[in-house]
Write a protein that binds this ligand. Structure first.
Ligand SMILES: C[S@@+](CC[C@H](N)C(=O)[O-])C[C@H]1O[C@@H](n2cnc3c(N)ncnc32)[C@H](O)[C@@H]1O
Ligand SMILES: O=C(O)C(=O)C[C@]1(C(=O)O)C=C[C@@H](O)C=C1
Length: 235
């Protein structure tokens, strides 16, 4: 289905509700530049990390597109767990897993409260940005302490620049991308307002510093387009 969520007047803040879940795959492909490429790079490093008996979590798995793609390419027996606290997203995810016969554990859970098993891999694409800054670092510490030594955390985020002119230009560049994807000026502005104080992006440096403060020995960007980046942190 096509995303027309912000084509009508919206008064509430952005939510991952039924209306968003129903159009989510289209929304992401048209709202995240190089979304498929960032998924492919995530898949590549995820598959390298997963050995027989390995455990991987996708935090904020939404409709499970990424885990389904990983499961289809996985040659070893590993446990794939997708967590999300939007039941509407999980309904879509379950339907897709059923259709693709993908062996994935999906749980309705708050990623901040979840009791993680020892894992080899964590993924969280475009989700940390929705976690309040005050508790974001606690979550990343929890992820790091649940990983085995040498374990990997792959995460993608919208990012800002602390150079004000460059930041303004990055946003302009992103809105030009959205227009090319068929979103109107009105839809872009409405979504911008709905995301205000809900999606709180950090800069590339702040994300790397956060990972290092939380127990990762190394963190770097493996893919970036303007204000969207994919990071790999290694314990
Ligand atoms: C932008 S979407 C993630 C997109 C997805 N990872 C992908 O690459 O297609 C963010 C997801 O995080 C979920 N989410 C946000 N806060 C959460 C929390 N505290 N616990 C669990 N899920 C959460 C939302 O319901 C939503 O599905
Ligand atoms: O559309 C925007 O303005 C975005 O920031 C894109 C973004 C994201 O980065 O997570 C925001 C919300 C939706 O979940 C999909 C994509």
């Amino acid at each position: 289905m096509n995303d027309k969520v912000f084509a009508k007047p919206i008064k509430k803040q952005f939510e991952f509700d039924e209306e968003v879940a129903a159009v989510f795959d289209d929304m992401l492909q048209r709202s995240v530049p190089f979304y498929k490429e960032s998924q492919k790079i995530t898949e590549f490093f995820a598959l390298k990390q997963l050995q027989e008996g390995g455990v991987a979590y996708d935090l904020g798995c939404s409709t499970a597109t990424l885990l389904i793609n990983i499961s289809r390419k996985l040659k070893t027996g590993a446990t794939l767990v997708g967590l999300d606290n939007s039941e509407a997203m999980l309904e879509q995810a379950r339907k897709k897993c059923e259709a693709f016969k993908a062996d994935i554990e999906l749980e309705n859970a708050d990623i901040l409260e979840y009791d993680y098993k020892e894992a080899d891999l964590f993924i969280s694409n475009y989700t940390l940005q929705f976690i309040r800054p005050l508790i974001r670092e606690e979550l990343v510490k929890k992820i790091s302490s649940s990983l085995k030594k040498g374990g990997v955390f792959i995460f993608s985020e919208k990012v800002i620049s602390h150079h004000s002119k460059l930041n303004k230009d990055l946003i302009e560049c992103y809105y030009a991308f959205k227009k090319e994807q068929g979103y109107s000026e009105y839809e872009i502005m409405q979504k911008r307002e709905a995301l205000e104080n809900v999606l709180v992006p950090y800069s590339e440096d702040e994300n790397i510093k956060m990972a290092k403060n939380c127990g990762f020995s190394h963190c770097e960007v493996v893919f970036r387009w303007a204000n969207f980046a994919t990071f790999i942190a290694i314990k």
